[in-house]
Design a protein around this ligand. Sequence first.
Ligand code: R5P
Length: 261
Amino acid sequence: MDWGMRNRISRIIRPGTGRTVMLAVDHGYFLGPTSGLEKPKETIQPIAKYADTLMLTRGVLRYTIDPNDAPPIVLRVSGGTSILTPLSNEGVTADFEDAIRLNVAGVAISIFVGSEHERQTLLNLSELVNLGERYGIPVLAVTAVGKDMNRDARYLSLASRIAAELGARIVKTYYCEDFEQVVETCPVPVVIAGGKKITEKEALDLTYNAVSRGAVGVDMGRNIFQSENPKAMIQAVRAVVHEGAKPAEAFDLYRSGGIST
Ligand code: R5P
């Protein structure tokens, strides 16, 4: 792996712990002004500093994040659909030169294995990997987004492995029963999405279970920014991911309002 690629991956997965807390705030690219992100700047700015990496679109990045004080960015570069149309019908939405201009640590693209548009989205990933490898920018493949996806270990292993085979440097998937199977059969690091909002304690359990079973961390959105206290919640997630806190300890941290900094 060349220096640039290694350097960018180290800006996503922290070398100190080998783990990451990615804050996913890209939901608007198909959901529009979704709950908690109606005014992205107001939601994201107070918590961005607690994220190892921010995952978002270039539009929200330019309008929300100060380039003089930005965490590493994983740029969402697939889309072209909305919740009103089949989600799987995605294309690549950002020019690779723009990703370079934005000095991103990585780019993210969804694949829809088992959907009508499986081939198209896998070829989108492959083309992005060709560019990413040329310029030393890791590609993160997002699997199994959408309510129609069967999120069991068999399906998630299939989708995650295909993403890795096509060259994704990091795979984002969902936690499931027998999650070890997904991680063990995927040769690149795996992060989990949080999914729909659940209680804070449940989200911390989910985080703990995922990292205990081999995930390198989370790429979590709604369970942080839709929390009653997003700042405390992201700190609690960090405690689990980076400090090995048990869910109960992390929940105490959440309930105490986090550490003021
Ligand atoms: C979905 O396509 C987006 O990539 C989200 O970033 C992803 O689902 C993670 O967010 P959440 O934790 O809200 O599921």
